[in-house]
Design a protein around this ligand. Structure first.
Ligand code: S3P
Length: 185
């Protein structure tokens, strides 16, 4: 099956972009992010799209962005946190190397907090987080080949866990030592 080497899914703030960029670097592959594709195509922020035209419109843009990226990208791909809500997106992800990056609620509040750039958590983040995750956890799990917990892990450790879980071959010459075993000079 052609398509992305890795697809990262999971809630907002879990570190899909940070981990995805590092992972792409390790794999010698390109990185792509459907949120960034939408922002570039629309020339406005996601928050603005939500406010101006509502969530349904955003989800339609997102569905198309995911379809294009899955068809056209062969590196590491991150999807927006709500992309898995769409049944056709879930069908498209079946059988692909999808990794669900997870975190618990305390980690989420620590990382996302009251970040108003993320419109879904603008008010009462802790309660909204719990509700959001009750609805979405089964969907992330459904599409994922593997789950990687990010709690108390730095991005490099998450990257290594993803590489191990998917048993991805690194390009010849990769000499990055596992995190914590870097040489100090
Ligand atoms: C959303 C997550 C965001 C973005 C939008 C909606 C969601 O992406 O697509 O704000 O519904 O969880 P990130 O997961 O990259 O923050």
């Amino acid at each position: 099956m052609s398509g992305p080497l890795v697809v990262l899914v999971g809630p907002m703030g879990v570190g899909k972009s940070t981990v995805g960029e590092l992972l792409a670097e390790r794999l010698g592959a390109a990185y792509r992010d459907t949120d960034a594709d939408i922002v570039a195509a629309e020339n406005r922020t996601i928050a603005d799209i939500f406010v101006d035209e509502g969530e349904d419109h955003f989800r339609a843009l997102e569905r198309a962005a995911v379809r294009d990226a899955v068809a056209g990208h062969t590196g590491v791909l991150s999807l927006g946190g709500g992309a898995v809500l769409d049944p056709s997106t879930r069908a498209l992800l079946a059988g692909r190397p999808v990794v669900y990056l997870s975190m618990d609620v305390d980690e989420a509040v620590k990382r996302v907090g009251l970040n108003t750039a993320r419109p879904l958590l603008a008010v009462n983040p802790r309660r909204q987080w719990r509700e959001l995750m009750e609805a979405r956890r089964p969907l992330y799990t459904e599409v994922a080949r593997t789950v990687v917990a990010t709690d108390d892990r730095v991005p490099e450790e998450v990257v290594q866990a993803v590489l191990d879980a998917l048993e991805l071959p690194l390009p010849a010459g990769d000499t990055t030592p596992p995190h914590g075993q870097e040489k100090t000079v």
